[in-house]
Design a protein around this ligand. Structure first.
Ligand SMILES: *Cc1c(COP(=O)(O)O)cnc(C)c1O
Length: 493
């Protein structure tokens, strides 16, 4: 007990819960209102926060006012403002009121739905929402619970890839007679544009780095993976006594937005009995629109598909949907049934126990968030949301394309514009564009990142932060031109 008569803070007192939560919501609303005042990319120096905060925890409680004041003074300057309308870097983390409300409910209930009995609604809503989402994407019924498959919400694509790789690995090892030593024979395939997460995941599930094949891509296919070199690589490996077992195809690669030809890769995967995973982390959201659904053509040949609603689907972090055709492979690989979790529902096999579809035991009730996003907007508005971002992207692309000092390096597929400033001497290109990007980002008025494909350094502009409007793109284009003019004077003299 403390010596003074003050009562210790009740951790969940209903009155202060309401007051303090409202104060935080007001704080966030204020943040959104003022977000354009902050430099988009944080300007702090490394270690800045250590200098600002005490080096040990307070012994007595701090007030919420003091804490929020410190958030304002010490935390905000160290934020890169992903929700800024001038954030065009990496991939957008599109958020929404609906997504935020879902997060609040999830956090408020704070249930841990690892199996059905531990919170039936958490499991059942997740299965229902995954079927909704799967139908919006026109996935074949073989991926839906209403058909023969099913889906799960993970935190990230990395987890989805690890879990499907583990399932495919165990399936392959069983087919080889169940001897774990055969793991050294298993080979995985992807393109040289595939997200680094795939290499990490393969390593995590024990695939030797020497059995990791990257199919080279080039300008000729706009950096999508060609089936022919894939077939050759697979046949080479079979000839050497290795066992090809998994291929990761991507819809919307990270550097330049390339789309792998799913149908053709699927035919090769099926011929050689490889597990085909489709990583549509960012671009998957667009496939709810009929005009972009063709990216998923051939999905019926895949074993698993994943996409991140937390990127472009107005769903606050974190939310990754994974669908599998044969859930039993995930369960065979990832299930654990300790005595303390025994219950009749699980024994009956009539329920989904999501702990057997993921790495961890504990899990958040993320389905609430996606459910509320879909219900509050409706499919019609979600399609509108995608289309209006695409339309902004087209406008920006047109600005770049009609200025002959610039060049679109790889044609735009959706909302990623991959472009560069053309120097007089090609050798200067990397340095020139790196300097241009630095000048733009350090102005604080916008934030973009870069990519290198086919040896060419270019700037990535990803459109689709929730608050971005046409005027922000005009500002961005003015900013780019202003900085470019200055640099070209130096380089082209
Ligand atoms: C963003 C992205 C990833 C990584 O997603 P996480 O959810 O952060 O693991 C992987 N692949 C692609 C194509 C992506 O766009």
């Amino acid at each position: 007990m403390t010596s003074n008569s003050e009562k210790p803070l009740h951790p969940l007192d209903p009155v202060s819960f309401t007051d303090e939560s409202k104060a935080v919501i007001d704080f966030i609303a204020d943040y959104y209102k003022n977000i354009e005042k902050y430099p988009v990319q944080s300007k702090v120096e490394t270690g800045y926060l250590t200098a600002k905060l005490p080096d040990s925890a307070p012994y007595c409680p701090d007030s919420l006012e003091d804490i929020l004041e410190d958030v304002k003074e010490s935390i905000l300057p160290g934020l890169t403002h992903w929700q800024s309308p001038s954030f065009f870097a990496y991939y957008q983390a599109s958020s929404s009121t609906a997504g935020f409300l879902g997060e609040m409910l999830c956090s408020g209930f704070n249930v841990v739905g690892f199996n059905w009995i531990s919170s039936p609604a958490a499991t059942e809503l997740e299965s229902i929402v995954l079927d909704w989402m799967g139908k919006m994407l026109k996935l074949p019924s073989s991926f839906l619970f209403s058909g023969t498959g099913g889906g799960v919400i993970h935190g990230t694509t990395c987890e989805a890839v690890v879990c499907t790789l583990a399932a495919a690995r165990d399936k392959a090892l069983r087919e080889l007679g169940g001897n774990w030593e055969n793991i050294t024979k298993l080979v995985v395939y992807a393109s040289d544009q595939t997200h680094f997460t795939f290499r990490k995941a393969a390593k995590l599930v024990g695939i030797p780095p020497s059995n990791f094949r990257l199919i080279q891509t080039s300008f000729a296919t706009e950096f999508s993976m060609s089936p022919e070199p894939l077939r050759l690589a697979i046949e080479d490996d079979i000839e050497s006594g290795l066992v090809p077992f998994y291929i990761c195809a991507t819809i919307g690669t990270t550097a330049c937005g390339a789309v792998d030809p799913i149908a053709e890769l699927g035919k090769a995967a099926n011929k050689y009995k490889l597990w085909l995973h489709i990583d549509a982390a960012h671009a998957g959201s667009a496939c709810i629109c009929p005009e972009f659904r063709h990216f998923l053509d051939g999905v019926e040949l895949a074993n698993s598909v994943s996409m991140n609603p937390h990127k472009w689907f107005l769903t606050n972090m974190d939310c990754c949907c994974l669908w599998v055709k044969e859930p039993r492979y995930l369960v065979d690989s990832l299930s654990s049934n300790p005595e303390y979790l025994e219950n009749n529902a699980s024994k009956s096999k009539a329920v989904v126990d999501y702990k057997d579809w993921q790495v961890a035991l504990s899990r958040r009730f993320r389905a609430l968030k996606l459910w509320i996003v879909i219900r509050r907007h409706g499919v019609a508005n979600l399609m509108h949301h995608i289309r209006s971002d695409i339309s902004l992207a087209k406008q920006f692309e047109a600005l770049v394309a009609k200025d002959d000092r610039f060049e679109i390096v790889v044609p735009r597929k959706l909302v990623l514009i991959f472009f560069r400033l053309k120097p007089k001497h090609e050798l200067d290109s990397g340095e020139l564009n790196c300097k241009l990007l630095d000048a733009i980002n350090s102005s604080g008025r916008a934030f973009m990142t870069h990519g290198v494909v086919g040896g060419i350094y270019a700037i990535r502009c990803v459109i689709g932060a929730t608050l971005t409007e046409e005027r922000h793109l005009k500002d961005l284009w003015n900013l780019i031109q202003e900085k470019a003019r200055f640099l070209l004077l130096q380089y082209n003299e």
